[in-house]
Design a protein around this ligand. Structure first.
Ligand SMILES: *Cc1c(COP(=O)(O)O)cnc(C)c1O
Length: 461
């Protein structure tokens, strides 16, 4: 996913103007407004002059903004990255194999995610593709996953001639519903791809038990989950294979990049080959036995990624703290469900996803978000426009030059036109994404919380 849909912070810096007159005020509002006036010292000049600042009035309608100070943009790189890049420039080869930047990157990655085999690669999409190929997914094999994710989660499945099978989600953590995953298991199922949406971990113990019961491979898509913990364990360490992305929108980045890792001796040694044209770099004389594409990450990316790895915990813990605080701020607000995170887990909020119960409001989601933006809250209506199975490429089964050979050959009877995940669809129609990043502070979150409460109250029916 790229974050092009996020409104630029600057564009949200709309100054409010006071337009309401004295006569418009009800007695209740008058009391609220005058006490707010006594408390508030930072009111715009116009409000001070009239003395009638109504704190409950929407910024959209000329009331005071809930967020007084737009948070700064995060400073994402600096001296540590420069140092690594300069070291890289002194090398006479930029190929990854046993190279200094890659070695350091993998060493640092293992400090956070202690897995035995690690392959760095060109993207999160590449990481998932390598995992799928390594897991031995072949023509007609089914992989159960969520329809609410980045296309990168399923591209590798399709290229290996596997079949993504979409399972429904839990309403409030927006991750795979284990009961529905079990329902979707058939004799063709080979793997479960668990996507930790927004940095919120899936119910991994349940998924692992299900995988064991049905002899399935559990792959974790941790692309949005840097620093996430599942019951105090680092994300990526529960499943058989873990995939990470270093794309620009993720918590840490080198522009584009990825990592794929495993401690399983069946899969681990193959990760490198499936990311490097089938070449076995450990034993280069080994004849090529598999078809694999070139997903190598080169040393310039690895240099930046290695430096970013040292920033990861600080970024993750700040995001976790702020997101959890936002939940406290909006818990109990009528019509709003917060992003549900288990108390034993750490969510690192790639985004914060709340849901609106639209029948509790007199406005639609777009209007609600417009009002939030006017309050200075960085929010957007929705995540991806529709579940993956509703994209034309799925509806038309047009994966390979307009065709789907495995369907033509009778290796699958999948019909994406019949796919239905009602909760996933409801999530996409009612969710509001709030941006959380490490440059924000608790004051911003408290004000954002106040903004959400104010808008919810205003539109409450
Ligand atoms: C970003 C993302 C990917 C793909 O990563 P890229 O590096 O962009 O290829 C895969 N899965 C999820 C859940 C993502 O958010």
């Amino acid at each position: 996913m790229n974050l092009a849909f996020w409104p630029a912070a600057d564009s949200l810096n709309v100054q409010s103007t006071m337009t309401m007159s004295n006569r418009d005020l009800s007695r209740r509002k008058f009391i609220a407004s005058t006490s707010a006036f006594l408390l508030a010292s930072q009111l715009p000049a116009a409000e001070k002059e009239t003395g009638l600042a109504d704190a409950s009035k929407l910024a959209l309608e000329g009331g005071p903004r809930s967020v007084k100070k737009t948070p700064p943009k995060p400073i994402r790189w600096g001296e540590p990255e420069r140092e690594r890049l300069l070291a890289m420039l002194n090398q006479n080869s930029l190929l990854y194999w046993k190279a200094p930047q890659t070695t350091l990157l993998i060493e640092r990655f293992k400090e956070h995610c202690p897995l035995k085999y690690v392959m760095n690669c060109s993207s999160g999409t590449a990481a998932v593709h390598i995992a799928i190929a390594t897991a031995g997914i072949g023509p007609g094999d089914e992989v159960i996953t969520t329809p609410v994710t980045d296309m990168g989660s399923v591209i590798g499945i399709l290229f290996q001639q596997g079949v993504p099978v979409f399972a429904d989600l839990n309403p409030h953590d927006c991750n795979l519903n284990v009961t529905d995953v079990e329902r979707k298991i058939t004799s063709r199922t080979k793997a479960i791809l668990a996507v930790h949406l927004g940095g919120n971990p899936c119910r991994l113990n349940e998924l692992k038990a299900l995988a064991e019961k049905h002899k399935l491979i559990l792959i974790e898509d941790c692309a949005q989950a840097w620093g996430t913990k599942y019951q105090d364990q680092p994300i990526g360490t529960i499943g058989h294979i873990a995939c990470f992305s270093l794309q620009d929108s993720k918590q840490i980045t080198c522009g584009d990049g990825g990592l794929v890792a495993s401690s399983d001796d069946r899969f681990g040694p193959l990760l490198q080959r499936f990311g490097d044209k089938g070449i076995d770099r450990v034993n280069v004389k080994t004849p090529t036995e598999v078809l694999a594409t070139n997903y190598r990450m080169s040393e310039p990316q690895a240099a930046v990624a290695a430096a970013q790895m040292n920033r990861m915990q600080a970024i993750a813990s700040q995001r976790a703290k702020l997101g959890d605080l936002l939940t406290k701020e909006i818990t109990g607000v009528a019509g709003i469900s917060s992003h549900q995170v288990d108390e034993h887990d750490r969510c690192t909020y790639y985004f914060y996803m709340l849901r609106l119960q639209l029948n509790k409001f007199s406005c639609g989601r777009e209007q609600f978000v417009k009002a939030l933006n006017a309050e200075g809250v960085t929010a957007s209506a929705g995540y991806i426009p529709e579940p993956l199975y509703k994209k034309p490429v799925f509806l038309k089964h047009a994966f390979f030059a307009g065709r789907w050979p495995i369907k033509e050959m009778g290796l699958t009877s999948m019909d994406y036109g019949k796919a239905s995940c009602p909760e996933a669809e409801a999530i996409l129609q009612t969710c509001v994404l709030l941006r959380i990043n490490e440059a924000m502070d608790e004051e911003y979150i408290r004000n954002a919380g106040a903004g959400i409460r104010k808008v919810a109250k205003h539109f409450a029916v």
